[in-house]
Design a protein around this ligand. Structure first.
Ligand code: FCB
Length: 453
C-alpha cells in the first residue's frame, strides 16, 4: 500500500454546519412551523418538534462532540423569528441565548461562522408576502443590524443568506417549501429582493464591523448533458446551470441580475462578497424532454451506475466538487466550503464520500486556490425540511424520541482528518478501503492514469 497524506494549510478551518430551525426545536413562530402543521407537506407527516434540542441546551453536548472531534470551527444560524417575534419587537433573551451559544463555541475552540437567514422567516413577515414583498429588504437590514450590533464582539465571519437559488426554486417554482407557490411571475421579484436584502445586510455589517468577512452560501449543482452529443440536451443543461448556479454569484459580483431573458440592475450589490461560500452535494444529468414541454422540459437523472445515497437524493460524484471549486475560484475570492455531505443512516457511503470530496478540496488547495475551510453537513442528524427525518446527514445519528446520539464511523474518520489536518492513506484504508486504490493508486496500477480532467 502506498503511504501518503494529503496535507491542508495550517490555519485551515474544519467544522460542521447546522441551521437554527433544523436543530433548535420548538421554533413555533416561523413559516416552516406553520407549514409543518399542514397535512401532506412533509414526508410521513414528520415535524421538526424538539429537533436536536439545542434551544434546551443540547448545543453544549454537541459542541463538546465537535471539539472532541478535533474541529476548530462551527457554522450555525440565527433564527430571525426568535430574535424579532413581532415587527420591531426584539426578544433580548433570545439574543442572549445566542451569545451564550457562540461563547460556548469559542470556549471550545470553535470559530463561529454565523448565517442570518437559513430558509425560515418569521410568520409575521410571511403574512406580509415574505420575499415577494419589497419591504423584506428593509426588514432584513433592520434585523441584521440588531444581530450584528449584539454579536460583533464574538463573530467575525458572517453569511447573509443560505442558498438563495434553492430558496426560490423550492418556494416559488416547485412549491414544495413555504410559501408553496408555483408562480414564474413572482420569481424575478423574489430574486431581486434576495439580492437587495443581501446587499443591504452586507453594507450594514461592514458599517458596524468594518473588519468582518461577509459572504453568502451558494449552492452549486453540477449539470451534465445526458447525451453530450445532443444539442438539445446541451442546451437544457446550460439553461439549468445558468438559472440555478449563476444568477446570485454573478449578481453580487457585478450588480446585474440575469435571469432567463430578464436583466435587472442592482448596483448596490456589486462587490458584496468578501469570500465565496460554497455548498456542494451532488451533480446530475439533464435530458431535453419533449413529453414534458408544458411543465418542465427536462428530465434529471444521475449517470448510470452512480453511487447513490439511500433515498437517491445525493449521488457520490466528487468530480462535481472539483467543478464547483473551479467555478468558485473564478470569482477570485477566498473560498469556504460551507456545506457538503450525504444522507446515509447506515454510514455505508459517507466515509468514501467524505474521503473523495476532501480529496478534491485538497487538489484545489494544491493549486494555491484560497480554500480556507470545510464545513461538513452535518454534526448530528437534523430536520431535513420537506423530507422530514427520512434523511440522516449527521456524523452522529440522532434518536428523536430519546435525544440519544450515536457516533457513526464517519465521525471517527472526520476526527482523524481534523486532528491531523490531513487525509492519509491509512485513514482511507481503515474507513473507506473500497476507494483506497482509486485515491492512492499502488505503483504500476492502471488507476495511476489520471481519472480527472
Ligand atoms: C442544503 C441546506 C441544508 C440541508 C442540506 C442537506 O441545501 O442548506 O439546510 O438541508 O441541504
Amino acid at each position: 500500500m502506498i503511504r501518503a497524506t494529503h496535507h491542508f494549510p495550517h490555519d485551515f478551518l474544519w467544522g460542521t454546519a447546522t441551521s437554527s430551525h433544523q436543530v433548535e426545536g420548538n421554533n413555533t413562530n416561523n413559516d416552516w412551523w406553520v407549514w409543518e402543521q399542514e397535512t401532506d407537506r412533509i414526508a410521513h407527516g414528520h415535524q421538526s418538534g424538539e429537533a436536536c434540542g439545542w434551544w434546551n441546551g443540547r448545543w453544549e453536548e454537541d459542541f463538546d462532540r465537535a471539539m472532541e472531534g478535533g474541529q476548530n470551527a462551527h457554522r450555525l444560524s440565527i433564527e430571525w423569528s426568535r430574535v424579532e417575534p413581532n415587527p420591531a419587537i426584539w426578544d433580548d433573551s433570545a439574543i442572549d441565548y445566542y451569545r451564550q451559544m457562540i461563547k460556548g463555541a469559542l470556549d471550545r475552540g470553535l470559530m463561529p461562522m454565523v448565517c442570518l437567514h437559513h430558509f425560515t422567516i418569521p410568520q409575521w413577515i410571511s403574512d406580509r408576502g415574505g420575499f415577494s414583498d419589497p419591504q423584506i429588504v428593509h426588514y432584513f437590514e433592520r434585523y441584521t443590524r440588531k444581530v450584528v450590533t449584539a454579536l460583533n464582539d464574538l463573530v467575525g465571519l458572517w453569511l447573509t443568506i443560505n442558498e438563495p437559488n434553492v430558496y426560490y426554486v423550492a418556494g416559488y417554482l416547485e412549491g414544495v417549501w413555504p410559501p408553496g407557490k408555483k408562480d414564474l411571475r413572482l420569481i424575478p421579484q423574489v430574486i431581486k429582493h434576495l439580492v437587495m436584502a443581501h446587499a443591504a445586510a452586507y453594507h450594514a455589517i461592514h458599517e458596524i464591523q468594518p473588519g468582518s468577512l461577509v459572504g453568502l452560501a451558494h449552492h452549486f449543482r453540477g449539470f451534465y448533458p445526458a447525451n453530450p452529443r445532443s444539442p438539445l440536451d446541451r442546451w437544457v443543461t446550460n439553461f439549468k446551470a445558468q438559472a440555478f448556479n449563476e444568477v446570485f454569484p454573478r449578481a453580487v459580483t457585478d450588480g446585474l441580475i440575469r435571469f432567463l431573458t430578464l436583466r435587472n440592475r442592482v448596483p448596490q450589490a456589486a462587490g458584496t462578497q468578501d469570500f465565496f461560500g460554497l455548498n456542494y452535494y451532488t451533480s446530475e444529468t439533464s435530458a431535453f424532454n419533449l413529453k414534458q414541454l408544458t411543465d418542465r422540459w427536462d428530465h434529471s437523472d444521475f449517470p448510470e451506475g452512480t453511487d447513490l445515497s439511500p433515498s437517491g437524493f445525493v449521488a457520490n460524484m466528487p468530480e462535481g466538487m472539483w467543478e464547483a471549486l473551479k467555478w468558485a475560484h473564478a470569482y477570485q475570492l477566498p473560498i469556504y466550503v460551507t456545506e457538503n455531505g450525504i444522507e446515509d443512516a447506515e454510514d455505508q457511503i459517507r466515509p468514501r464520500y467524505l474521503a473523495q470530496h476532501l480529496r478534491e478540496v485538497w487538489r484545489a488547495v494544491n493549486f494555491n486556490w484560497r480554500v480556507r475551510g470545510y464545513f461538513h453537513w452535518s454534526l448530528v442528524d437534523n430536520f431535513e425540511w420537506e423530507r422530514g427525518w427520512t434523511q440522516r446527514f449527521g456524523l452522529w445519528g440522532l434518536d428523536t424520541i430519546t435525544q440519544e446520539r450515536t457516533k457513526r464511523p464517519s465521525a471517527e474518520m472526520y476526527e482523524e482528518i481534523c486532528k491531523s489536518n490531513g487525509l492519509s492513506s491509512e485513514v482511507v484504508a481503515m474507513y473507506a478501503p473500497e476507494v483506497l486504490n482509486v485515491m492512492f493508486p499502488p505503483r504500476g496500477s492502471p488507476e495511476l492514469v489520471a481519472t480527472y480532467a
